[in-house]
Design a protein around this ligand. Sequence first.
Ligand SMILES: [Zn+2]
Length: 578
Amino acid sequence: MSTQNRRTFLKHAGTMAVGVGLPLCIGSRADEAAQHEIRVRLDAPNDPLVARTFAILKTRIEERCPARVIEAQNGAQVLLTVDDSLPLEAYCLDEEGAAVRIAGGSPQGLLYGAGKFLRTSGYEETFRPSPWRGTSEPRGTLRGMYFATHFHNWYHQAPEEEITRYVEDLALWGVNALMVIFPMINLHDWSDPQSEPAMAMVHQYARVAKDLGIQFATGLNNCMFIDAPDAIRATRLPDPTKRRGNSGHPICPSIPDGHAYLMENTRVLYEKLAGVGLDIVVFWPYDEGGCACEKCMPWGSNGYLKLSEEQAQLGRSYYPNMKTVLSTWMFDTPPEGEWQGLSDALAKDGKWLDYILADAHEDFPRYPLELGVPGRRPLLNFPEISMWGNWPWGGVGANPLPSRFQRLWDQVKHMVSGGFPYSEGIYEDMNKAVVVQFYWDSDRSARDTMKEYIAYEFGAGVTDDVLALVDLLEAAAGNSYQKQPVDTAGVQRAYELAESVNARLPEWAKKNWRWEILHLRAVLDRERFAGGGLETPAAEAAMIRLIEIYHCQMDTDDPYHHRVRPPLKRATSRSGNK
Ligand SMILES: [Zn+2]
């Protein structure tokens, strides 16, 4: 990395840089064996997350260069330590003698520091430890990710080892909360044969998260099982904008039997999570949920608020430290007055609530920006990083939209301190890194994060070309989504850039799925916008590879699978497409 680049990102990292030392060149040793050996000392070896951080460091370095990373007490070149003088989630990279010291305020902070160290180290021919020096502390306290585990998408289908590896990678970027929902919407009741596997998947994600020090979150609302009795069903919502939804099987909490049914199923859900624990509950008003009866209206500041508080109190009888997030999704679209009603209610009493979440399909809701967050709670957002600009979701490969998320972030960065991006798969991995780094440091630009991402995932010397490629792909996605003509010269240029980068990548980067899905996107954009369409041999080969990477089903009984499967003509949906 040039000094200029290093200065640039030190500035953007919002940290105090202290004594930028010369990179330690491990590969310069004369002895051939020592040249390929990186000795790491663990100063808190009894903590499982410290040991895990070492294992993560070892696999990532050994994949990228011919070095061997070993744990050693003497002659260490890298130190991993927990330093109580740092804020809990902060990390510091400095030097102790000839070694680079990675310190965290906690094992979690150490893991984030290891992420920074890995992303700013060099791997060409030999390992060159990061020259980055400084201390960094996250500004946003809740840096979540919502995995939509459905439709046989990647989250639904991937083997546990791939999921574990992926969650590790997100933790390295600073993710500290993971949300997965138990899908009552698809189940008849607790005895449905699909209930147990669905709960097993929730447990799996909770375990993977918690082993990495990541908080586990789930969602609750007034939607329950398919077999809920008709007599307790909610009154349908007015939905003039057609964006609020009336999906699911919402129950009216103002009907006494409905209230009992909601609380009983909430209780069973809490009990079934006892084995893995629960750190955060996110309450959700609409899309699935809501009731328009006289006693519940206006739902957002009345029926919903009362039910959420009761569900929160019940949750804390099982998990005393459980945090709560109240979503305001689609408030006031109409009925009007939900934001104001929430403000009034929380001004009187809202101790049970920790965070308010707000967002919208496009620009951010005006109420909290102009009039303040109800109850003066920390504000979270819910950026939709998966569906915009592509259909099927991920179906033509990677969908990076860094400029879009920069624009949306600039509207709210002075107010928002974290959130739960909505994710349908791994194809928007770049968007995840960009958004989670906004939460870490609200002034860090998407472009700066992208530079770090590209250098780490694809190796040195391709950053400018990949940035140009991403800009072209984003422009094509935007035009295509808005039904505007796509610039065929730009599409062709993106393809040429992708081929040129591909020819220069080291073997490890070429095999990285992150590169593959970006490369395949350039191929598929050329075929669909400037070539013979999606049935050419080149397009079909690209989609078959994406289907493998995503673990899609070539023949499926899931009527929703087509939403997340590349549109290969010979792939079939036996139950049709919904
Ligand atoms: Zn009602």
